[in-house]
Design a protein around this ligand. Sequence first.
Ligand code: ATP
Ligand code: MTE
Length: 178
Amino acid sequence: MSRSSSLPSGARAQVVTVSDRAYGGVYPDRSGPLLVAGLAELGFAVGPAQVVPDDRERITAALRAAVADGIDLVVTTGGTGLGPRDITPEATGDVIERLIPGLAEALRAAGRDAVPAAVLSRGLAGTAAATLVVNLPGSTGGVRDGLGVLAGVVGHAVAQIRGTDDHTVVPGVAGTAD
Ligand SMILES: Nc1ncnc2c1ncn2[C@@H]1O[C@H](COP(=O)(O)OP(=O)(O)OP(=O)(O)O)[C@@H](O)[C@H]1O
Ligand SMILES: Nc1nc2c(c(=O)[nH]1)N[C@H]1C(S)=C(S)[C@@H](COP(=O)(O)O)O[C@H]1N2
């Protein structure tokens, strides 16, 4: 993977790992650091992942802080499934103002051939103020697949949100682009 095309310079990202077990030290957070490395490779300035439990208020607080800080992209990992405590999509829905259903569907579709359970992820994508928020599954495989999808579109999305988009073609997408 390399720098995402059309990503504005100085773009900043934040990773939020949502996992009771990573938060409680039951296992080390592996998905957060993987996401941080992947977003850095795409060209974002990104600090360490913030780890929060599967708690609606804790998740919304983390998202709202990033939005208030003007972060361009927040990617969460975990808590998107059907477990009794999984609440990341609901918390994200509390914060975002505009849904991007096509991006969420593309993220599910990316894993579906290899992992049929990819359709069980209820992750959302959307914007809040000038921040793009994307939910990925908690597994490292889900993060890898998700990064592959984000690589193709995230630069364009951030530029649009900032209002600096020059409407250039997104490479790698077959179809009529102009
Ligand atoms: N932060 C993480 N780092 C590494 N693996 C993870 C992480 N979070 C989840 N996983 C793995 O992803 C798979 C899905 O787990 P599950 O859906 O229970 O996670 P979660 O709801 O995101 O987190 P948790 O159950 O810890 O609150 C499991 O195999 C789990 O080990
Ligand atoms: N690409 C991809 N998507 C995936 C997976 C995966 O391994 N790869 N795991 C699935 C599984 S098993 C579940 S339960 C849901 C939700 O995971 P989460 O609760 O950890 O967010 O994501 C799904 N999406």
